[in-house]
Design a protein around this ligand. Structure first.
Ligand code: COA
Length: 166
């Protein structure tokens, strides 16, 4: 049985991430989407909210599970019994960073391999930050995220405006 982890910040999950999740779930037995509790970034959504959104958009895929994690990715892989890390490559600019990460991970955990999926061209330009930026200026984000995520973004922006943050 092949178990894989697909890690990321997912703040929030985009259609680009979903494309990778759907494709990866077809080639492994179990795919665990790992939401990083990343203190380096200032997120729009809490980890719990990101996990919840991911659960909602992946609910129809039976072999996908969503969890949060902190610390080293390879430790999370070991904890879940995963032997594969899934990452998406959007453009050549992702390559250097991904190569460095996968080589470091392999050095510290030789039993865990990284497998790359090339992102669907339709989403090659997409990132969570770009989606949030377009939304801040009230642009149309319906082609970047699923309807439940879109609604969550609008609600978050509205409640932040009320509080005077963002
Ligand atoms: N479609 C759309 N957007 C995508 C995408 C895709 N297929 N793939 C990546 N992105 C975007 C993300 O939305 C994110 O955008 P943002 O910066 O605007 O938020 C950006 O690309 C970065 O991707 P993401 O995967 O979210 O995070 P990351 O590259 O910062 O972190 C981890 C990746 C979680 C794998 C890494 O930080 C990690 O392993 N951390 C744990 C600590 C550890 O083990 N460190 C040692 C590693 S060598």
């Amino acid at each position: 049985m092949t178990i894989a982890v697909y890690p990321g910040s997912f703040d929030p999950v985009t259609l680009g991430h979903l494309d990778i999740i759907e494709r990866a779930s077809r080639v492994v037995d179990r795919l665990i989407v790992g939401v990083l509790n990343n203190s380096m970034k200032t997120p729009m959504f809490t980890v719990a909210e990101r996990v919840e959104l991911l659960k909602r958009v992946t609910g129809a895929i039976p072999n996908v599970e969503v969890r949060s994690f902190g610390g080293l990715l390879v430790d999370f892989a070991h904890e879940t019994g995963a032997s594969v890390i899934v990452r998406g490559l959007r453009a050549v600019t992702d390559f250097e960073y991904e190569l460095q990460m996968s080589q470091t991970n392999r050095k510290i955990a030789p039993d865990v391999d990284t497998v790359f999926f090339t992102t669907n061209l339709e989403y090659a330009y997409l990132s969570s930050s770009i989606v949030k930026e377009v939304a801040m200026y009230e642009g149309n984000i319906s082609e970047f995220v699923s309807p439940e995520v879109e609604q969550a973004i609008w609600e978050k922006i509205k409640s932040s405006e009320k509080k005077g943050s963002l």
